[in-house]
Design a protein around this ligand. Sequence first.
Ligand SMILES: Nc1ncnc2c1ncn2[C@@H]1O[C@H](COP(=O)(O)OP(=O)(O)OP(=O)(O)O)[C@@H](O)[C@H]1O
Ligand SMILES: [Mg+2]
Length: 285
Amino acid sequence: MNDDAVVSLHGVSFAYEDGPAVLSDFDFAIGAGRALALLGRNGSGKTTLMRLLSGGLRPRTGHLALEGKPVTYDRAGLTRLRTSVQLVLQDPDDQLFAASVAQDVSFGPLNLGLPPAEVADRVARALAALGITDLAERPTHLLSYGQRKRAAIAGAVALRPRLLVLDEPTAGLDPEGQEQLLDTLAGLRAGGTTVMMATHDVDLALRWADDAALLTPSGVRLGAAPDTLARGDLLEQAGLRPAWGIAASRLLRAQNLLDREAPGPRTASELDTYTALVRGAQAAE
Ligand SMILES: Nc1ncnc2c1ncn2[C@@H]1O[C@H](COP(=O)(O)OP(=O)(O)OP(=O)(O)O)[C@@H](O)[C@H]1O
Ligand SMILES: [Mg+2]
């Protein structure tokens, strides 16, 4: 499997107590520096997988490896894992616990034993990155859902993990909040952070991810996002609708306006750039 994986699961099976098997003989890896989108229907195991990768759940069989070395679930092993991998939970109310936003975001860096000036700097940067600087002193329970979501993400960003694992981070964000988050993630990735996000949004996955992992009843399908998301059979198994970018690319290719190997449009504004080509082709007919 992937030699430069940040974390990987090897032959992992997992079931909750008294629950059905969620993952069986499961292999998975996320390569260093990649952006990976995790998709699958409600209850398919996205959150479970993310909790296994970040050490909150422990495989029944098989093992989790961090940078190729099996993780041990003692204090030292979990500390090593948690300084490398940070999970932001699906529901911000499960994540936030301190009285104010700034206190919440500073908790992790303080816990790492960083000097106060470094903590203050990290908190300020994380709040700015999520566009919530003006909410620093607000009690977390008085924030709107999207604001709490941003605060929870800021808390993980302040820890500067090698791998940031985000469970449906865009759910509940307004369009501007989503763009801000994508900008923040782009900045983190430029700095070498690997990012994985669970989402139900195929268009977002196509636009953002290098790799897409689809959880289907017959197992996980992991590959380059434009390839995986173009597989109608897999999308159907995973309960997903086709991405419009894939359909637009097919149309452009059928019209000879896009080379077979060239990446197609992934956003509405990228699609717009083809308008002149379409007009040109029509004029030439
Ligand atoms: N704490 C728990 N105890 C028992 N069963 C659980 C628990 N959490 C999840 N499950 C079950 O495990 C399966 C996978 O759930 P999981 O939360 O990983 O799915 P998901 O893909 O994240 O779904 P969603 O899209 O709704 O967030 C489901 O069948 C769910 O009912
Ligand atoms: Mg979930």
